[in-house]
Design a protein around this ligand. Structure first.
Ligand code: BGC
Length: 891
């Protein structure tokens, strides 16, 4: 038996943490039926003192074991060793480490150094920003360095260099967060980068989210100025120490980045490069001194979760000339990232890259990026490079785009070897694979994975080209799928803390987190555009704000993460109270519903409804009034049902955390809400307030249909799908459940038909149209290739992969974290094989089946420390422990 994959806070040996850690490990064994029987964790401070010894705990728990030892101290390395005993008489141990950052505010001595260079107010649009700022500080180190840590952050986004070198490949530090309350700082081990004598630290700061017109934080007296904070702590070989701080000795200057905007793009003039500016020996006497600003340290938080990095590089698949004569580079895949281009052009040559997701029908450049102000105007995704005459590899620094294609102007004779698309994403461990005999399904799966990569860049976003915003509803729908494909635990944990930061006094959660820039005003302009639709500050939205409860609960169910439930418990309670209070104090539109029922229906305020129900939004964003009108109608069933779902999940969460009073309280309210849905939303014949597919899907899926109406609901749903030509007609909030609802009414055959459907709207229609990601709207491309101005990269409808996981390869969790697994493939007859792997908390689960000579062969892998029930398509059942098994049956 081996103990492996030791993780602290779900990360490998994290450097610079400031929250109470939890520990996880996996065990691996060549034997079958291996269970952990006991564990012991010992945590030692770097000086050798044990700060926590659990003693031998008789338990099979191996994940999310929360530290409960002596208080941790700042800037210390800790080693933890876990010894594990199994039921086969083996005992093994393994060790890992973590390091704390600055745990108390008084650890900070550095001063905020702010640019005093002339700056301008940022406006939306390419070029409406000032240049990026180079900050530098030269310093002397008096001896050989034994150990050095740098803690750094900024207002903007920075690229760090120490003596001219980058310590790592991270991008966009300090991450996209609720800056006024939660500003990440990063910790770097820079020991090997320093030297005795002269050194230099450089931070090149671009606008990023903090200074961006679309994303600036709602801070009182907000100054859109680049500023940095760093603290370098050095330990010399002789035992003495030194601290180098950002302070009044920091110098600033503008350089080659003429302007940068995280949405619109960057302009770079290579003629303005300053040779050696971030290296020792550079004469910065002519540079401007930074101002010292009093921002303090209250909002500083050590970064949790891996940084954004380049994760894949793609070569162009072709370069072509469009009918309009444009030179277009095609990378073959829609991504989030940017282009690296090799340029050799005469001094002063201006090369422009206009990035876009798909060409028009004829193959010309096409812009699908609408601005967020309903003006109907289009936004840029553009980078410009001005050559110095020297050969160079240009890649913008402070922006990213959503694209597959780029129109290049300014240089001729483009060659594929000179271009690369650099895919950017928050780094995460892969957790899943899928393959089957159906190439279209395989591509659908790949499309889901690409949209996940593209929309997990610092925060979970809706799309990487238009809004880049932390839409709560999108991740609410998609979280279960995300968790099956990547280890998103640290990433979502950070975002959820930010969600708590954004919660209003009344518990309301906004529609996006961070709730920044243009969005607070958006509600008002939508209201004006749609004629008083009760849209105000767009907080407290059914299915969107419910992410406060539904995302942590999905995390718990898939990974067994109780720590996240504890972390978010107060926030979840406050959100539930918002729903309960709103339902109780505000009367719905239907005055025939008596008050004793109405008070349990969440049926007031603005909601997005299901959002993007195909039959209602064929023309996409261009018809906002129509979209909002539909949203308001759908809200009549969406809000009461999501209100009920959230409160009833909350009761289960309270049960998990051992809070029986809360459990009872929420269970009672949920029961009343369910009753109120029966009496105040459905009529006695089972008619829903709006006769839409989702209105039948949700009650079926959530077991909200009274016994006597079950047949009616089932019949109505089936009829609606038939009448719709065998296509779905559900939006964001009902699509995750439509295939399950069909399974529930014993019509898995129709579920498979929807999955295989390739007429619009359907998943495989997109694949047939050559999609390489999941689209925002099924109509993003007409069958003749005409594009709509809708995003081609929204993960929301990729949620179907969760159903594929649970049905095609039949991997189901019957206990949180897949501690007990049910493997029950329920394939349809057209597939001849399918294989899925999933790295659970305990190790890899595999379900791999094929049809052969009229039989069905299933191979499964069950990780150590779990048990499984394997059910074959003929109903044969096997109860097994860990190990690799193969079963066969005839069909
Ligand atoms: C976003 C979504 C979001 C929606 C809310 C759109 O503009 O791109 O994905 O959830 O608005 O209605």
């Amino acid at each position: 038996m081996k103990v492996k994959n030791l993780k602290t806070l779900h990360m490998t040996n994290p450097l610079g943490i400031d929250v109470n850690p939890y520990f996880s490990w996996m065990i691996e064994s060549p034997e079958q039926n291996v269970m952990q029987t006991a564990y012991q964790i010992v945590v030692k401070h770097e000086c050798g003192t044990a700060v926590w010894d659990t003693g031998i705990i008789q338990s099979d728990a191996s994940s999310f074991i929360e530290y409960a030892g002596d208080p941790l101290v700042s800037r210390s390395r800790y080693e933890w060793t876990v010894k594990v005993w199994d039921n086969k008489g083996n005992a093994e141990s393994a060790s890992a480490g973590f390091e704390t950052a600055l745990l108390v505010k008084s650890d900070w001595k550095a001063k905020w150094a702010e640019s005093a260079l002339p700056s301008a107010e940022r406006k939306v649009g390419f070029g409406n920003q000032p240049p990026a700022t180079m900050f530098r500080k030269g310093f002397l180190l008096k001896g050989k360095v034994l150990n050095a840590r740098l803690y750094a952050t900024c207002h903007g986004i920075y690229r760090l260099t120490v003596n001219g070198e980058r310590p790592d490949a991270r991008e966009f530090a300090p991450e996209n967060t609720v800056y006024e309350k939660y500003l990440c700082y990063q910790t770097y081990d820079v020991t090997a980068m320093l030297r005795q004598g002269e050194n230099a630290l450089g931070m090149y700061v671009g606008d990023g989210w903090y200074c961006g017109a679309n994303t600036k934080p709602p801070i009182e007296d907000f100054k859109q100025l680049h500023a940095i904070l760093f603290q370098l702590e050095v330990e010399y070989a002789d035992g003495s120490t030194d601290t180098i701080l950002s302070d009044e000795d920091v110098k600033t200057a503008y350089g080659p980045v003429l302007f940068s905007d995280i949405y619109n793009g960057e302009k770079y003039d290579a003629n303005l490069e300053v040779e050696g500016w971030n290296k020792p020996g550079f004469d910065d006497t002519k540079w401007a001194k930074a101002d010292i600003a009093g921002y303090g340290y209250q909002n500083l938080v050590a970064q949790l979760g891996q940084p954004v990095r380049p994760i894949i590089t793609l070569a162009p698949t072709k370069i072509y000339t469009s009918p309009k004569g444009e030179k277009i580079v095609d990378f073959g895949q829609v991504i989030a990232g940017r282009i690296r281009m090799h340029v050799q052009a005469p001094k002063g040559t201006e090369v422009t890259l206009d990035l876009f997701e798909a060409p028009d029908k004829e193959g010309n450049y096409f812009n699908n990026v609408t601005l967020l102000d309903f003006s109907g105007k289009l936004g840029d995704q553009k980078d410009v490079y001005i050559s110095s005459g020297d050969e160079c590899d240009f890649e913008p620094m402070f922006t990213f785009h959503g694209f597959r294609y780029a129109r290049i102007t300014g240089v001729e004779n483009l060659e594929t070897k000179d271009f690369a698309a650099v895919v950017l994403s928050s780094e995460k461990d892969n957790a899943g694979t899928f393959e089957s005999s159906n190439a279209m399904l395989n591509r659908l799966y790949e499309n889901t994975r690409w949209s996940q990569r593209s929309n997990m860049l610092s925060i979970p976003t809706d799309c990487p080209q238009r809004e880049k915003a932390g839409w709560t509803g999108d991740i609410e729908i998609y979280a279960p799928t995300a968790l099956l494909n990547e280890d998103v635990t640290p990433f979502l944990s950070r975002w959820l803390t930010n969600l708590s930061c954004e919660q209003g006094e009344n518990g309301a959660v906004p529609m996006i987190v961070p709730y920044v820039g243009v969005y607070p005003a958006l509600g008002k302009s939508m209201d004006a555009a749609c004629g008083n639709a009760e849209i105000q500050d767009i907080c407290g939205i059914a299915g969107w704000s419910d992410a406060a409860v539904l995302v942590p609960y999905a995390m718990y169910q898939i990974t067994g993460n109780e720590a996240i439930l504890r972390q978010q418990y107060e926030s979840m309670k406050r959100w539930c109270e918002y729903i309960i209070h709103t339902a109780k104090t505000q009367r719905g539109k239907n005055k025939n519903v008596p008050e004793e029922i109405d008070q349990y229906l969440w049926n007031t305020g603005f909601h997005f409804g299901e959002w993007l129900v195909p039959s209602r939004v064929k023309t996409g964003n261009s018809d906002m009034q129509k979209m909002i009108a539909s949203a308001l109608q759908e809200s009549e069933y969406i809000a009461p049902i999501f209100g009920w779902q959230t409160i009833s999940d909350m009761s289960e969460i309270a049960c998990v955390l051992g809070k029986p009073e809360d459990e009872k309280y929420y269970a009672e309210i949920a029961a009343k809400m369910k009753d109120a849905i029966h009496k105040g939303v459905m009529d006695k014949d089972g008619k829903m307030p709006v006769d839409m597919m989702g209105a039948y899907v949700l009650p079926i899926y959530f077991d909200l249909v009274p016994e006597q109406l079950k047949q009616h609901f089932a019949d109505r749903l089936v009829k609606m799908i038939e009448d719709n030509g065998g296509c779905l007609d559900t939006g964001f909030l009902a699509t995750p459940y439509i295939l399950d609802a069909l399974s529930k009414i014993n019509r898995r055959d129709i579920a498979y038909k929807l999955l295989y459907q390739d007429k619009c709207p359907s998943w495989l229609y997109e694949v047939k149209q050559g999609a390489t990601t999941i689209w925002e709207s099924w109509f993003a491309f007409a069958p003749d290739g005409t594009p709509l101005t809708m995003s081609l990269n929204h993960y929301a409808f990729g949620c179907v992969d969760d159903w594929m996981f649970r049905t095609i390869t039949g991997i189901n969790k019957t206990m949180p974290g897949f501690k007990h697994i049910e493997i029950k493939p329920e394939p349809d007859s057209s597939l001849s094989y399918a294989k899925r792997t999933f790295t659970s908390e305990y190790g890899d689960i595999v379900s791999n089946w094929e049809r052969k000579n009229g039989g069905f062969i299933l191979k499964v892998v069950v990780p150590c420390n779990t048990t499984a029930t394997v059910i074959m398509p003929n109903g044969e059942k096997y109860e097994v422990g860990s190990g690799t098994y193969s079963y066969a049956c005839s069909l």
